[in-house]
Design a protein around this ligand. Structure first.
Ligand SMILES: Nc1ncnc2c1ncn2[C@@H]1O[C@H](COP(=O)(O)OP(=O)(O)OP(=O)(O)O)[C@@H](O)[C@H]1O
Ligand SMILES: [Mg+2]
Length: 252
């Protein structure tokens, strides 16, 4: 039976010195996409402490976005458990996972997923429409937080076209990032969030993302092929360790 998401009971040895459950805890996970027999992700154990950041790399098609989909509750594992900040996702209903994601997770999709009929500003404000918690955490006037996030990312909302389809890829990526950051979600999942940015905007973006995460105590899982960024994160993981058919000697 599908259940809602409640904090897992009991104290686990995974709790940090501060007594907090990890931001992300995966145990004994196995996942296949239906009809894709050759692809299997197996994660015996992964954890990310609250406030910590992780850089995830690996070759195209190895399953980085799939892992983020599982953590975001957009897909459910075939086996094993996923806990976010002590809340078990794996047996929750789709609706409960969606609500949990809206309240606690900022997600930057690889394809941005901006809503085409909404303006850039309305896209950024979207999490505050769906989640009272995000709206409260966005301050008394969420639009002001949206404006300052966009400005910090080098975008002037007054100068952006109203139609998001007229934004450049780099502009879309930054609007998607501001949407993920608004309302200070505890967990940020960023799927190649700098792929469309030039060098200066990339650095500005990573500074902002990690700075916001630090200020809010948020944890970050950051997917990228850009190894020059990896030392900025507390931990580095290669997705190939969770694919029994891939070796880490292959180039990514
Ligand atoms: N929604 C889906 N339905 C079915 N198969 C999928 C789906 N999404 C991804 N896959 C398959 O899962 C495997 C891993 O894909 P995924 O997108 O997770 O890789 P990736 O590491 O993010 O690659 P890239 O670096 O190109 O973004 C691929 O074989 C892909 O075809
Ligand atoms: Mg991907």
């Amino acid at each position: 039976m599908a259940v809602s998401i409640t904090p897992s009971s009991g104290t686990t040895p995974e709790q940090s010195a501060a007594g907090l459950p990890p931001a992300v805890l995966i145990e004994d996970l196995a996942f296949r996409w239906p009809g894709k027999g050759e692809f299997q992700l197996q994660v015996p154990h992964f954890h990310l402490d609250q406030g910590d950041t992780c850089f995830l790399l690996g070759p195209s098609g190895a399953g980085k976005s799939t892992l983020l989909s599982l953590l975001a509750g957009l897909a459910a594992p075939n086996q094993g458990s996923i806990q976010l900040a002590g809340h078990a996702l794996e047996n929750a209903s789709r609706r409960a996972r969606d609500r949990f994601r809206g309240d606690h997770v900022g997600l930057i999709f690889q394809q941005f997923n901006l809503v085409p009929y909404l303006s850039p500003m309305a896209n950024v404000l979207l999490p505050c429409q769906f989640s009272a918690r995000r709206r409260e955490r966005a301050g008394p006037v969420p639009r002001e937080q949206a404006q300052s996030l966009l400005a910090a990312l080098g975008l002037d909302p007054a100068k952006l076209p109203r139609d998001v389809r007229h934004l450049s890829m780099g502009q879309q990526q930054r609007v998607a990032a501001a949407r993920a950051l608004i309302g200070a979600p505890e967990i940020l999942l960023a799927d190649e969030p700098t792929s469309a940015l030039d060098h200066d905007h990339r650095d500005q973006f990573v500074d902002l993302l990690l700075g916001q995460a630090r200020a809010n105590g948020s944890s970050v899982l950051f997917v990228s092929h850009d190894r020059s960024l990896q030392t900025r994160f507390h931990q580095q993981q290669d997705i190939r360790q969770w694919r029994s058919d891939l070796t880490t000697r292959e180039a990514d």
